[in-house]
Design a protein around this ligand. Sequence first.
Ligand SMILES: [Zn+2]
Length: 294
Amino acid sequence: MKVFWKKTAFSTIIALIIFSLVASNGTKNKILSQDIRNSESCILAGSLNKHQQLNQLCTSTLNHISIPTPQTNLTPILNLNLTNKERFFAAITDKLLAIPQPGTYEYILLRAYGAAFVNHNPEVQLPSKVVFSDENETKEFQFTLSMGKVNGTNNCYLQKAAADALNQAKAQVNIPLKSGYGDSDCTRTFATNLRFWRKYANNKTLARVQQGQEKKILGTVAPPGSSQHLWGLAIDLRVANEAQRQALNQNGWFRTVEYDVPHWTYIGHPLDQLDEFGFENKVIGGISYWLTPL
Ligand SMILES: [Zn+2]
C-alpha cells in the first residue's frame, strides 16, 4: 500500500508507452519484448520500493524507448494524459523513502509543504522524509547541505542553489526579508521551528492537525520538524509589488504554502513548467499560490 501512488504513476506511464509501441508497427516486436521485460522489472522495482534499482531501470527503459517514428501519435511523457496528482507523484517518487498514504499525518504534511520535492537540481538536497523527529535528525540532514548567503543580509543562509537564485532575483529588484533580521527568516534549527510552533499552537493543535481536523494553522506555523525552513529551501520576504513577484517566479521561487503570504519556496523551475508537475494555482485575497495537488 505504501507504494500505491508510485505504482499508479509508473504503471500509467509504462502502460501508455507499451500501448503506443504496439500501435506503432509490427517490425519492432523484438525491441518491444525487451522493453516489456524492462517495464515489468521497472514496475516490480517500484512495488518493492527499491529506489536505486527503480531509478536506473526506469530511466534506462524510458530513455531507450525514444518515441521515434513519425507515423506514431506519441506525445512526450509530460504531455500524456496524467492527472495532476499522478504528475506530482511521478516527479517526487525518487525523493522520499516511502510515499505517504492518504489520511496519514505525513500525507497532510506532504500536501502542505511538499512543493519543494519537485526540485530536480542535482545540487539541491531534500530530506528523505517529510518530518524530522528531533534536533539531531535535523542537524544530520543540515550537515549535508552546501549553503550560500543571501546578498544584503547579515546572517541569512539557504542551500547554495536557492541562495544563488534568490540573489539573481534581488539583482533585478529590491526584496527585503520579512523581519529584516536574517536567520529566523531563512534556514532554521529544529529548536526555532519548535519555538515558533509553541508560540501559536500546542499539543492539542498538533493532534487535531494529525487527525485532519485542523488545517489553517499550517499556513501560520509548521509543526515541529516539518518546516521547509529546516531544509534551507524557504525564506520569508516582504513582497509588495508585481516586479518583486515576477523576479522571484522567474528564478524558481514561489508561494507554495496556502495563507502563508511572506513564505516563499525554492522550486527551481520556471512558472510555465509548474503544470508539468501537477501544481494547482489558487488565488486567495489577490495572492497567488502554487499548491500541491494532494
Ligand atoms: Zn516561512
